[in-house]
Design a protein around this ligand. Structure first.
Ligand code: NAD
Length: 263
């Protein structure tokens, strides 16, 4: 899986085709969508039109909460694959554990079937807390390849990252730029950007990459789409990394996975 990909949350279906096309032209090969984003069709159109060989692309989609359960998951996967226009998906994720629903173990067993049938190349989860992963691992056979969680300098997720590392689960950061809200104006980040003659977004993405996180920044602005992948020819030094690591506030932008059950 490429360590840097392109996220398309909140991109309407009719704009997703253009945004994904621009991302593919800029060199991204990994795309992160979800059934709930309602843009799998636009994403699929961009992939089909790109002419890029399928094996060079890495496509992630996610199962929505209301489709959890063994049979419902198999049906939901068929819908997603058909909207994307793909025979197989590279990575399929359970979008949220929704613990009150108590269906994520059965859901994951359907994921294991999709994996065995070759419909997906890898299976994983999103927004799972260590307690949810612990239960999943004890009751199923395949350790999730990835846990995609909210992670940025204001929410550094040390406990989750350590737990994932112990279990061989890759940590993927959603909202890696903190949704562009405030984080990119933090003086310490602006100062590091000036020092390297880079942008604050590039500095934050570089911090993630050097920590070993997978990142999927989103933008619909062509110059930012290009800027966000242009991060492989500079490095932050130990002082820069320490200054960013000092910004942790344990503050979520999104919901608490233990409480998010309704939708
Ligand atoms: P992000 O942290 O990627 O921030 C995106 C926003 O930052 C943009 O809308 C724009 O306002 C700003 N931005 C982007 N590039 C910039 C640049 N170079 N300079 C200045 N501002 C810039 O936020 P996100 O979209 O929430 O997260 C990225 C992806 O993560 C999503 O698109 C989606 O694929 C995934 N995601 C997953 C979940 C989940 O529950 N699994 C939840 C949220 C997001």
């Amino acid at each position: 899986m490429p360590q840097l990909g392109f996220g398309v949350w909140q991109v309407p279906d009719d704009e997703a085709e253009t945004a994904v096309t621009q991302a593919l032209q800029a060199g991204y090969r990994s795309i992160d969508t979800a059934a709930a984003y309602e843009n799998e069709e636009g994403t699929g159109r961009a992939i089909a039109k790109s002419g890029i060989p399928r094996e060079e692309l890495f496509v992630t989609t996610k199962l929505w909460n209301t489709d959890q359960g063994y049979d419902a998951t198999l049906r939901a996967f068929d819908r997603s694959a058909s909207k994307l226009g793909l025979d197989y998906v590279d990575l399929y994720l359970i979008h949220w554990p929704t613990p009150a629903r108590d269906k994520y173990v059965d859901t994951y067993k359907a994921f294991e079937k999709l994996l065995a049938d070759g419909r997906v190349r890898a299976i994983g989860v999103s927004n799972f807390l260590p307690e949810h992963l612990e239960r999943l691992i004890s009751q199923t056979s395949v350790v999730p390849a990835v846990n995609q969680i909210e992670l940025h300098p204001h929410l550094q997720q040390h406990t989750a990252r350590e737990y994932h590392a112990e279990r061989g689960i890759a940590t993927e950061a959603w909202s890696p730029l903190g949704q562009g809200k405030g984080l990119l104006e933090v003086p310490a980040i602006v100062a590091i950007a000036r020092k390297h003659e880079r942008t604050p977004a590039q500095v934050v993405l570089r911090w993630h990459l050097q920590l070993g996180n997978i990142v999927i920044p989103k933008s619909v602005t062509p110059s930012r789409i290009r800027e966000n992948i242009d991060v492989f020819d500079f490095s932050l030094d130990a002082e820069d990394l320490a200054a960013i690591s000092a910004l942790d506030e344990g503050r979520r932008l999104g919901p608490d996975p233990a409480q998010f059950n309704l939708a």
